[in-house]
Design a protein around this ligand. Sequence first.
Ligand SMILES: [Zn+2]
Length: 318
Amino acid sequence: MIPSKKATTWYEQRLIHIMDLIWADVERDVLPLFSNKIPTAVRDAKLSPEKIVQLLTTAIKTLDIIINKYSSSELTNQYQRIAQGAISIASAEADKDFKEAMQNAIGIDVEPLYKNVDFTIIKNGKPVTVGLEGAIKANTDLIKTIPKTYLGPMRDMLQDGVYQAYTTEELAANILQEYDLLIKPKYKATSKAYIARRIARDQMAKVYSQTTRQRQEDSGVEYFKWQTSDDERVSGNPSGAYKKAKVSCYNISRDNQIKKGKGVYSVKDGATWDGESNLFPGSAHIQCRCVMIPLIDGVNYDSATGKYKKPKMPKGTT
Ligand SMILES: [Zn+2]
């Protein structure tokens, strides 16, 4: 379960839509170069390496035009709105979860405790949570790199064909047939979903984690407990799927680094692992599913012994 599931899904769909638009251009401007005009010539094997190179070069140039079109500054505002939307959803999810976690821990609504915090995340087009302006900018820039990420491998493949056409003359004619077969299935679905999912998960987890941290600071919580999902997919779990992961959430959640208890860290500094500092649950590594549990002395935490006790109150109790 990803903490920022709603935001991730929303973001993923928008990114896929951008790639659908890009692909429509490819289908209109690039693919006909291969599928409509070439087959007969290829079958007759009359296409010289020079002609093939010419064709591939035209395809590469057309791809570059499409890449530039979808990375251009004219689209900045549109991309920014998408980034802003996704970030506000992730932030709202983090807020909601944090309020619930606090309610479960101390049994009261924490919102009145917040200092100068407005729960309207995006106010007058500006995010209230500190640092989210940076996330919006970073995500807008990241969306701009999608056209290149998406079409880059296809471009490389065509470029390889240019070299191949010169070195293996007898195979030159086959190259085009190969592209015709390869390009469409390869690009239509798999890479698109992969790119969107990776960006959305990674970025939304970061925003979620950042908002949670901010809320803990806002409500005066100094320490948190690092909680993993406690399964075989937790990074660094010695009997799990990612035992050799660089950042080990498994160990971080068991470590007593700041001598405040097992898996207890300060909201300000987070954890340190293998030379990396300022690590926080949800963003310690790509696809980190860990969460922060706010610790309140005398309620769900004993600062003298560093012991954490699970709250007994049922969820939603006030
Ligand atoms: Zn983790």
